[in-house]
Write a protein that binds this ligand. Structure first.
Ligand code: FES
Length: 183
């Protein structure tokens, strides 16, 4: 069996955690404040802060599990940016979510090179094991199943990413074993 694991840029080891909604105002404000302060604070150069917008939203997303409307309002207030602009940025990036997601995010590569080496069968096995379709979150809040386009390691396809762990050369028979690693 060949399972490879490595870190994924932009996602902290340990994955994404979901505090149970509803989130309090304090939780949201603290998450935004922490992400902005880590990058110099709202008093930093506005251009630099806007360049840091994706990492800021990404960190808030990771801390809260998703980006609730209150987070956009708070980020907009602190960075003096319109909420509509923040929302459209967040909608563009699959790693950012405006809806609550599971504790573990599964991303399955649906691009052709992975597809032709058995990806379709692995994808079917995944959906059956989780009883989820693409974009769905399990009712117990444990899993969110997503597809992704090529992540650049086609040589080890089919490829599956769980939180920050990348699995290559995945077979349908390995799906249950991989899922069992996550609580
Ligand atoms: S096609 Fe799946 S990683 Fe490239």
């Amino acid at each position: 069996m060949s399972v490879e694991t490595t870190a994924v840029e932009g996602i902290e080891p340990g994955g994404v955690y979901l505090p149970r909604p509803p989130l309090s105002e304090e939780e949201v404000r603290a998450a935004v404040q922490s992400a902005i302060t880590r990058r110099g604070g709202a008093a930093a150069d506005p251009v630099e802060m806007r360049e840091a917008l994706i990492p800021i939203l990404s960190e808030v997303n990771q801390t809260l599990g998703y980006l609730p409307p209150e987070a956009f309002v708070e980020v907009g207030r602190q960075l003096r940016m319109p909420v509509s602009q923040l929302f459209s940025v967040a909608s563009f990036y699959q790693m950012l979510s405006t809806k609550p997601r599971g504790r573990h995010i599964i991303q399955f590569c649906e691009s052709a090179p992975c597809h032709v080496v058995g990806g379709r069968q692995v994808w079917t096995a995944l959906q059956e094991a989780l009883k989820l379709g693409p974009g769905e979150t399990s009712s117990d809040g444990k899993w969110t199943l997503q597809t992704t386009s090529c992540i650049g390691i086609c040589a080890v396809g089919p490829v599956l990413v769980v939180d920050a762990d990348i699995y290559g050369n995945v077979t349908p028979a390995q799906v249950t074993e991989i899922l069992a690693k996550y609580q």
